[in-house]
Design a protein around this ligand. Structure first.
Ligand code: NAD
Length: 487
């Protein structure tokens, strides 16, 4: 198939990069060039920010129920095209088609719920303490211009957690999707245009270099807030470059799944395998480390290895495929590096452990189990982001908590146990934004505060928290004793 030529969207027009440069997006599944896109630079970011800046007051003045109607229309348009979008998502990201269909299905509750949250967002009234004739009202206001920067592992879900919501909160938006999955980003903005979002309210910038396009957006003085999802190292760079902009940073994780010796073993095994192989392990809340009590270790290893061997690695467009290719070459090299590091330090690769041959690209990685992993290995220090279950043994809950907390990340953690006291001891001592009892690390909901501790992030998203992260709180103080005619 001929690659499609796509464009950026600035001030309501589909445009090329000012330089005329382009870049290609290749499918990790087939190696084919899927699309040719403008390779934007700082001058294009400037155009987009100018357009957003011109539009921001018009956006803020749109009544909230009118903004919500645009969200309802957007959801309908996405739903009408979801089959096509899911296929494109699989081709550019690499995930199995049923996962892309699930990702597209998640867009609806996510957007609709936050439209409702905005309609019902409450301010507050406070009791005056200094001057009793004052009345104090606290209200929410849009920030102005929001830059949204997203990664490649969920090309639909992550932009639709921020881009429509930034508008719903009354802001104009400049959106920069990831360089390996920009097609889904373009489709989202095409849908927003079709739904009738006003010119300049949503702008799209594209480019091959994250630091150049994303970095220019982060640094631009007329951008008021950045909503970023991606690696912790990138987030740290953003904090250095953003100055005093409002930041919400959703970053990496090293999710520990702890299996105590009283846990229901079958459930723990199936949750482990799911959370290590879903989206080939390329999830911020993947089960990155499996901590197993030494008394049940052998049985757990046997059952987990059997389940992982059953996972079908293959062409992600085929319905039966469980695990597709990794998204990109640097990531595949990182997964190899982590396995090699563990091998050198004494771990044992029990299942898989390498790239698979016989596919159209060399990005297909065998679902893997590694045993005898210890806390000094890279598996316990850096995100692996591959279809790997690294197994660490422990002898009691305190040791498990110490290992779990020893990493720099703190996003999502899970414990399997039938003892409520131990479950709560774990939940209260673990440093993570989300703790799960008796399920996989790899899950998320839409309305609770979502985000990480330590290097996993800053701020909270989800439900009204996403809206509040993209707004300012203002207090209005009224002296009711000074109205004409006041006693
Ligand atoms: P990344 O940090 O490399 O890139 C993310 C986005 O930032 C891309 O659009 C990229 O072009 C841009 N970017 C790169 N350098 C930049 C810079 N200097 N300034 C501004 N923007 C820049 O991350 P990735 O590899 O695309 O995504 C995977 C990461 O995302 C993993 O660490 C994963 O855990 C994390 N993630 C977190 C969550 C969460 O909710 N916490 C969700 C999904 C993914």
């Amino acid at each position: 198939m001929e690659p499609e030529h796509l464009k950026m969207y600035i001030g309501g027009e589909w445009v090329d990069a000012e330089s005329g440069d382009t870049f290609e997006v290749k499918s990790p599944a087939t190696g084919e060039v899927l699309a040719i896109l403008p390779n934007g630079g700082p001058e294009d970011v400037k155009r987009a920010v100018d357009a957003a800046n011109d539009a921001k007051e018009r956006v803020a003045s749109i009544p909230i129920p009118e903004r919500a109607k645009l969200m309802y229309r957007l959801v309908e348009i996405i739903k009408q095209n979801s089959e096509k979008f899911a296929r494109e998502c699989t081709l550019e990201q690499g995930k199995p088609i049923r996962e892309s269909i699930g990702e597209l299905a998640d867009v609806e509750p996510n957007i609709l719920q936050q439209a409702e949250d905005m309609i019902r967002l409450e301010g507050s009234i406070h009791v005056p303490i200094v001057k009793h004739e004052m009345r104090l009202l606290s209200v929410w206001e849009p920030l102005g211009v929001i830059g949204v920067i997203t990664p490649w592992n969920f090309p639909w879900l992550l932009p639709t957690e921020c881009v429509p919501q930034a508008f719903m909160a009354g802001n104009a938006v400049v959106f920069k999707p990831a360089e390996t999955t920009p097609i889904s980003g373009v489709r989202l903005v095409q849908c927003m245009e079709k739904a009738g979002f006003p010119k300049g309210s949503v702008n799209l910038v594209l480019g091959e270099s994250g630091p150049i396009v994303g970095g220019s957006l982060v640094e631009h003085p007329n951008v008021d807030g950045i909503c970023f999802t991606g690696e912790s190292a990138t987030a740290e760079e953003i904090t250095r470059r953003a100055g005093m902009k409002r930041l919400v940073l959703e970053c990496g994780g090293l999710g520990p799944l702890i299996v105590l010796d009283d846990a229901s073993l079958e459930k723990a095994v199936s949750d482990t395998v799911y959370g290590c192989t879903y989206n080939a392990g390329q999830v911020c809340v993947a089960n990155e480390r499996i901590l197993v009590h030494e008394r049940i270790h052998d049985k757990f290893l046997e059952l987990t290895s059997r389940e992982v061997k059953r996972k079908k690695l293959g062409n992600p467009l085929i319905e039966e495929t469980d695990v597709g290719p990794l998204n990109n070459e640097p990531l595949a090299e990182k997964v190899e590096r982590h396995i090699e590091d563990a091998r050198e330090k004494g771990a044992k690769v029990v299942v898989g452990g390498r790239r698979a041959s016989g596919f159209q690209t060399m990005l297909y990685f065998e679902p893997t189990v590694v045993d005898n992993v210890t806390p000094d290995m890279l598996f316990n220090k850096e995100e692996t982001f591959g279809p790997v279950a690294p197994i660490i043994s422990f002898s009691d809950l305190d040791e498990a908590i110490e290992i779990a907390n020893s990493s720099k990340y703190g996003l999502s953690a899970a414990v399997h146990t039938n003892d409520i006291t131990k479950a709560f001891r774990f939940a209260e001592r673990i440093k993570a934004g989300q703790v799960i009892i008796n399920d996989t690390v790899c899950l998320w909901e839409y309305q609770h505060p979502w985000g990480g501790m330590k290097k996993s992030g800053l701020g909270r998203m989800g439900g009204k928290y996403s809206l509040q992260a993209m707004m300012e709180q203002k207090t209005i103080l009224i002296n009711v004793g000074r109205s004409p005619g006041a006693p």
